[in-house]
Design a protein around this ligand. Structure first.
Ligand code: ATP
Length: 284
């Protein structure tokens, strides 16, 4: 096997990122290169690392980060993490990598990001013109559907607790805003029904886990149909792979599906809840 040597852009005096067991990556200055071993002087310690665990650091990285990762000088793991962290510290939880939106869960409400005037702002704006946002992704998909007359798909992925459910709700909210009808009748519109289906689906398919207090224990394919004028004409929600074992087997500190606790907590005078409780032998 060929021995690993330092990349050509790493020389004595270079500022680099080196892997760290606690902080993931720390930065420092290269003091010595001996074959595949690099000695780096970091803030609190001196590290000797293999060349494969060292990456160059951009000395001109802007203090407020960049909105699109493709503008980074180095698109490697420490570069991406530094940018996400630096933006997150300023409550900028969204960042693009070209037309992919990366969301970092803020674990706090940031209402200014989702106010009604924000949807108005993103309407018709080209992707990248305004700050990265799920509304921009939804707007771009909506406009492509209109101009190209082709169905569009938005894939939301991430580990448990990353914020998929919340991001999906923003996307749906924006599509309802763009494709909703002015409703003068008593009957609820399709988009209202789609948005209102979320709490019901979450009651029966979401539960508290060690990673997320409101974890979806099923997969979901939401289809929103639009007519030729770009108005919502129908919707379908298909669900997959509900974790059924949770109904009868829950390991502490996780919980059963929300509906179980809602049923137990319903007031005694609620006759429908009482009937269901009796049917399922739930005595509260
Ligand atoms: N944009 C956001 N703003 C505020 N809080 C958020 C946001 N995204 C996520 N959260 C918080 O993080 C929690 C977990 O997010 P969410 O349920 O969307 O994760 P998930 O990726 O769908 O997880 P799972 O795969 O377990 O269902 C939410 O209940 C909410 O408290």
């Amino acid at each position: 096997m060929a021995s690993q040597v330092a990349p050509s852009n790493i020389v004595v005096g270079s500022i680099v990122w080196v892997e760290d067991p606690e902080a993931a990556w720390i930065d420092g200055e290269v003091k010595q290169i001996a074959g595949e071993e690099i000695t780096i002087k970091c803030k609190e310690k001196t590290v000797v690392a293999k060349a494969s665990n060292v990456n160059p650091k951009d000395p001109e990285f802007p203090s407020s980060g960049v909105e699109d990762m493709t503008r980074l000088a180095y698109l490697h793991e420490p570069g991406v993490l530094q940018n996400l962290k630096c933006r997150f510290d300023m409550n900028d939880i969204y960042t693009y990598t070209a037309n992919i939106l990366i969301a970092v869960n803020p674990f706090q409400r940031l209402p200014h990001l989702y106010a009604n005037n924000m949807m108005e702002k993103y309407k018709g704006a080209a992707l990248g013109e305004l700050s990265p946002h799920p509304f921009a992704i939804a707007d771009s998909a909506y406009r492509q559907m209109i101009t190209e007359q082709i169905s569009q798909a938005i894939l939301v992925s991430g580990e448990s607790g990353a914020g998929k459910t919340e991001s999906t709700k923003m996307l749906m909210q924006y599509l309802a805003f763009m494709g909703g009808k002015v409703n003068n009748t008593e009957e609820r519109s399709v988009e209202q029904k789609v948005l209102e289906s979320n709490p019901v689906l979450e009651a029966f398919g979401n539960a508290k886990t060690v990673r997320n207090n409101n974890s979806s224990r099923f997969g979901k394919f939401v289809e929103i149909q639009f007519n030729e004028w770009g108005r919502i004409s129908g919707a379908a929600i298909r669900t997959y792979l509900l974790e059924r074992s949770r109904v009868c087997q829950v390991s502490d500190p996780e919980r059963n599906y929300h509906c179980f606790y809602m049923l137990c907590a319903a007031p005694l005078e609620n006759s429908m809840a009482s009937e269901i409780r009796e049917d399922f032998l739930l005595f509260v």
